[in-house]
Design a protein around this ligand. Sequence first.
Ligand code: IPE
Ligand code: IPE
Ligand code: MG
Length: 246
Amino acid sequence: MTDSTDSRDKQFPKHVAIIMDGNGRWARERFLPRAAGHKQGVEALRRTVRVAAELGVDFLTVYSFSSENWSRPESEIKHLFSLLRRFVGQDVADLHGSGIRIRIIGERSNLSKDIVELIEYCEDLTQDNSGMTLVIAFNYGARQELAGAVQRLAQEVKEGKLAPADITDDLIAENLSTKNIPDPDLLIRTSGEQRLSNFLLWQCAYTEFVFVSEHWPAFDKTVLARAIEEFQNRDRRYGGLISATS
Ligand code: IPE
Ligand code: IPE
Ligand code: MG
């Protein structure tokens, strides 16, 4: 994959982030329980990881559980956690075999010890892999992430290790859980909802958003390819003017 980097279209997204939404609606349309939607959602995730790596995406970030998802019924939360456990437990060997590096971002302090150990195991096992990086946002909230960074920096200021004027945007980025991960080029949200829901607020400053109507369990190579094509037709100006070369 890395060899094809140079020959790739300049506009190809290196980092694709996905808000995997609509599991419940997918299930409801089929008169199935929400759990069936989440189960098919895991299949869609497996498919998408494979396809994104094949297409040459370098970083794929997926939103799997938000800080606000704790407000769902306890039975659904339990089910989502068991799916994560199973996904990680069953797929980590395969992902590792395919050279995928796994990073899991989000709050860990309120997770059970066995989940934290599983997370650490996946990250340690795959840290030296050189293929696509799969970033799983689990128990993640962007405002909480930013508040944590501010707290750490404030502590350094208090201890006299840092001057307030040294707090630059680069320093803030280094204190986020996405440290060393480039900002997403393309963000896809499935199921028609057009909002961020507390996902990567800082990192998406210049990300291109594509909203697709398909529910997450129906996501496949065709939908991903269509979103990438839409991205490739966008003109990213970063506050400047339309590039003279186009
Ligand atoms: C996405 O599907 C999965 C999670 C948020 C964990 P939803 O469960 O949000 O499905 P809808 O939005 O109710 O259809
Ligand atoms: C966002 O989806 C979170 C994940 C996909 C994990 P939600 O379904 O929780 O978002 P809202 O409630 O519609 O904003
Ligand atoms: Mg939803």
